[in-house]
Design a protein around this ligand. Structure first.
Ligand SMILES: C[S@@+](CC[C@H](N)C(=O)[O-])C[C@H]1O[C@@H](n2cnc3c(N)ncnc32)[C@H](O)[C@@H]1O
Length: 302
């Protein structure tokens, strides 16, 4: 039942809260403990505003499709996606500077916890629908596991007028970054991942695409169902969808070039077919003796 914690979960959640309230900075292990054991519904007795934190392993998968140096996490919770999106060890190994991360979350309690887990990120306690007016961008990539479905909201994201919160968040992300990676309910995705990816009809996505022009692409094969029993208080069927405006533009240019070439071929004037030349019959010649054109070994007068 949502919000009903076992004795052990309550003990660990309370320990996580103690760590959050402690004075000194937390160690890496302590931050991970808080991420793993702070329970989204513990203090409310139920989950509010579609708050279901992403399982650690699924968040670890999403980070593979996050490019760039400047990342924004919309509806960040306590920072699970952002934690993995830092790509910390890989970037240390490659001697790259740390990624700059901005987290936006509406619930002040989650923001307080998030600031302790990821103090190096910029935390903004705000409604995601107010973000387009904040001039935070541009970012290399936006990430989100937003609330799903018909969540109560104060307004609309640019372009989208439908009822589904996940699409409002993606439309907000579009104002901030050319790339994106989002966890959304499977029925809102234009594909599902099986052994490869399979296109599927999603009237909700079609409406979103029609209203915003935003195209969502499949990921390289992240098997989200493998983590389905790792969510707390829920086991949603989800897909990770990818936004890539660079690839959209590249495809549009390639299509335009192919169309232009096709038009050039069809509009090129056709050469009239040449009449076969009439050759006047000649008098029989001795073998090896050419005509007037001098194309034989023996020439006249030789
Ligand atoms: C599904 S949870 C995911 C949290 C986090 N991204 C993660 O992956 O663990 C959605 C989060 O969105 C937050 N949220 C709900 N409505 C919001 C809004 N209007 N603006 C910003 N955050 C919101 C919730 O408080 C919750 O933390």
């Amino acid at each position: 039942m949502a919000g009903k914690l076992s004795k052990e979960q309550t003990k660990q959640h309370n320990r996580a809260c103690e760590l959050v309230d402690m004075e000194p900075d937390l160690t890496i292990e302590e931050r991970e403990f808080v991420l793993d054991h702070f329970h989204e519904s513990a203090n409310m007795g139920r989950t509010l505003d579609g708050a279901f934190f992403t399982p650690a392993e699924l968040a670890g998968e999403l980070h593979h499709v996050v490019p760039g140096d400047r990342i924004i996490d919309l509806c960040a919770g306590i920072g699970r996606l952002a934690w993995h999106a830092r790509d910390y060890w890989n970037r240390c190994w490659e001697r790259l500077p740390p990624r700059e991360i901005v987290c936006v979350e509406k619930n002040p309690e989650y923001v307080k916890v998030g600031r302790r887990i990821l103090p190096e990120a910029t935390w903004i306690c705000a409604d995601v629908l107010d973000v387009p007016g904040m001039k935070l961008g541009p970012f290399d990539c936006a990430i989100s596991n937003p609330p799903f479905g018909r969540i109560k909201r104060n307004g609309n994201a640019p372009g989208y007028r439908g009822p589904l919160f996940e699409f409002h968040v993606i439309a907000v992300a579009e104002t901030l970054a050319r790339r994106g990676a989002f966890i959304i309910p499977r029925e809102s995705a234009p594909f599902r991942i099986e052994t490869g990816f399979v296109s599927q009809d999603s009237p909700a996505y079609e409406r979103f695409h029609r209203e915003t022009g935003i195209k969502l692409r499949p990921n390289p094969g992240i098997p989200t169902d493998e983590y389905r029993d790792q969510w707390r208080d829920a086991s949603p069927a989800v897909e990770i969808v990818v936004r890539n405006r660079d690839e959209d533009e590249f495809e549009a240019q390639a299509e335009q070039a192919a169309r232009a070439e096709q038009e050039a071929v069809t509009s090129r004037p056709r050469k009239p077919k040449a009449e076969p030349a009439r050759v006047a019959p000649r008098a029989a010649q001795p073998a090896g003796f050419g005509g007037d054109d001098g194309d034989t070994l023996f020439r006249k007068g030789d």
